[in-house]
Ligand binder design. Structure first.
Ligand SMILES: NC(=O)c1ccc[n+]([C@@H]2O[C@H](COP(=O)([O-])OP(=O)(O)OC[C@H]3O[C@@H](n4cnc5c(N)ncnc54)[C@H](O)[C@@H]3O)[C@@H](O)[C@H]2O)c1
Ligand SMILES: [Zn+2]
Length: 361
């Protein structure tokens, strides 16, 4: 059974997220959007394409559109302007026009790069997200942030460009590597912690079913996470206020990610960052010792490392100072006011961060 999230922008309907099994359901969605008689280009990567592109192409062809496929090499190192240019070239050669559309089939790399290509090709054409990694399904495909890395700077060039539809086929999760699948739960646990205690408890009680990819449970999980991300983005589409709450665990998490040279996955670093931020929240008396233990046991339950070796506190603090979550030289830190409610705080000191970091070192 499909689940559907109505994503709004400034309180008006913007697009739907459809959570389904298999690709067949995308046919009705395209028909409902009146998409026919145009060219569609599936942009995918060298891992995902061989697994799913032909099946998706078959379904899309049944909608009366002409379907093309362009495959980029997999990996973050290919999320750059040179690969965007390769896609532009292909689209020009195939005579793609303004009314034509791109379909991003893959993880966050494909979604970000395809979205950016769509935002800029012919001053902007439509695109659809078909996210295939857990991280992309609960996070990167929602909210309209698109972009690529530039030189050594991550997500330095980009645009806000909303998709026409996000279509999630949960069956694609079964081909993810176990560690990558696992890493997606960093953002999922974060969603419960910052916005919804009942969802956090659901994740706690049902983790065996969820991790075993039982359709009912994994769909419910993705649905709840999409609801939370969509709500936050609706309240703050261009990231001026509330959207900062999504950075819970990211201030110190990103610093760890950089210093470990991206050998740890994003979700693993976010989990470590969430431990530090929760510890600071506990020290300030915002959450109880019991809440803090619950958070640690949840992070462990979902298979995340809770300690890290080979890093020192000073370098982590130095890197977080240069992070873009800084606001006029002050670190915009996200704390938990209670389990299920996050707040933005500009008064967290380096001493408090040091105490938080001691928990993971
Ligand atoms: N736009 C946003 O709001 C936003 C938010 C968070 C992250 N991001 C971006 O997302 C990217 C990370 O996304 P990611 O973790 O999905 O990385 P990714 O796209 O690199 O995917 C990870 C790996 O898994 C493979 N893969 C994806 N789906 C698969 C499947 N179903 N079966 C087998 N293999 C599969 C990919 O080919 C890749 O090798 C980063 O570039 C990050 O900046 C964007
Ligand atoms: Zn993140």
């Amino acid at each position: 059974m499909n689940r559907r999230v109505d994503v709004k922008k400034n309180n008006e309907h913007c697009y739907d997220i459809v959570i389904s099994q298999g690709f067949n359901g995308i046919k009705d969605e395209l028909e409902a959007l009146g998409i026919k008689g145009i060219k569609l280009c599936i942009v995918t990567d060298s891992n995902v394409g061989p697994l799913y592109a032909d099946t998706l192409k078959g379904v899309l062809e049944n909608t009366g559109n002409s379907v093309y496929t362009y495959t980029i090499p997999a990996g973050e190192e290919n999320k750059n302007l040179s690969v965007v240019q390769d896609v532009y070239t292909y689209l020009i050669e195939q005579h793609f026009e303004r009314r034509d559309m791109l379909i991003a089939l893959g993880g966050g790399v494909v979604g970000d790069l395809t979205g950016f290509t769509a935002a800029t090709y012919l001053r902007g054409i439509d695109f659809i997200q078909v996210p295939t990694s857990l991280l992309a399904q609960v996070d990167s495909s929602i909210g309209g942030k698109t972009g690529v890395d530039f030189a050594k700077y991550k997500n330095m060039v980009g645009a806000f460009h909303m998709p026409r539809l996000v279509y999630i086929n949960i069956d694609t999760l079964s081909s993810l590597s176990p560690r990558l699948f696992n890493s997606g739960f960093g953002e999922i646990i974060k969603h419960g912690l910052i916005k919804n205690r009942a969802y956090f408890d659901y994740l706690d009680v049902n983790y065996e079913h969820i991790k075993a990819l039982e359709p009912e449970y994994i769909s419910e999980t993705i649905y709840q996470s999409c609801l939370i991300k969509a709500e936050v983005v609706n309240n703050d589409p261009t990231e001026k206020g509330e959207r900062a709450l999504l950075n819970f665990g990211h201030t110190l998490g990103h610093a760890v990610e950089k210093l470990m040279n991206f050998t740890l996955y994003h979700g693993e670093c976010v989990a470590l960052g969430m431990i530090c931020a929760s510890y600071i929240s506990k020290n300030r008396g915002l959450i109880t010792d019991g809440d803090y233990s619950l958070i640690i046991s949840m992070i462990k339950k979902y298979g995340f490392p809770t300690k890290i070796e080979g890093l020192d506190i000073h370098s982590i603090l130095e890197v977080s100072k240069s992070d873009k979550k800084m606001d006029n030289g002050v670190v915009k830190f996200i704390l938990l006011e209670s389990l299920g409610k996050a707040i933005i705080d500009r008064t967290v000191t380096y001493e408090e961060m040091t105490q938080g970091l001691k928990e993971i070192l």
